[in-house]
Design a protein around this ligand. Structure first.
Ligand code: INI
Length: 155
């Protein structure tokens, strides 16, 4: 990124040491959920988050994720949160409702509580797309959570 001599730039900090991370995973498409979880926790640990500092809650579906995140955020126990799951068009007649409401709820949790939430609820047309994307999405969510936790501590 461009450097500006007289601007103090807060560089992205991807060190996870000491951070407490809460994860909420939807069990609705459990194979995708577990794929997201595996790559997400591996990336958290690779970046220095201690296993003992990761807490996982699982919920029935994506619509239950925001309330659970809110409770975790309000507990004051976490530096950042991660939402994992998959809403798959072929599995639901109300795809737009489930995907939009869960994403909107997740954004609301961040803004209401001030705790960052990395949203890795995949929205795809079919199972194949979800399975193809889960590894990268889980890893990205880990990095987003760490970066945002560190950024918000410095603001
Ligand atoms: N929940 C998901 O996480 N993914 C989906 O694809 C899905 N579909 O297909 O409907 C889904 N629905 C369940 C929903 O999230 C709630 O659990 C349910 O409506 C009860 O509140």
């Amino acid at each position: 990124m461009a450097k500006y001599d007289n601007i103090s730039e807060l560089e992205p900090d991807l060190s996870g040491a000491g951070l407490k991370i809460g994860i909420v995973m939807s069990r609705f498409n459990v194979d995708v959920g577990e794929g997201l979880l595996g790559s997400c926790t591996a990336a958290l640990i690779r970046h220095g988050v201690a296993e003992a500092d990761i807490t996982l809650a699982t919920v029935p579906g994506a619509l239950e994720v925001p309330l659970t995140l809110k409770a975790m955020a309000q507990s004051g126990k976490f530096d950042a949160l991660i939402a994992l799951g998959a809403v798959i068009r072929g599995d639901t007649y109300h795809f737009e409702v489930v995907s939009n409401e869960s994403a909107g709820g997740i954004t609301q949790v961040q803004l209401l509580t001030g705790v960052a939430v990395a949203n890795a609820i995949l929205t795809t047309d079919n199972d194949e797309q979800a399975l193809a994307r889960m590894s990268e999405k889980g890893r990205d969510a880990a990095l987003v959570a760490i970066e945002m936790a560190n950024l918000l501590k410095r603001l």
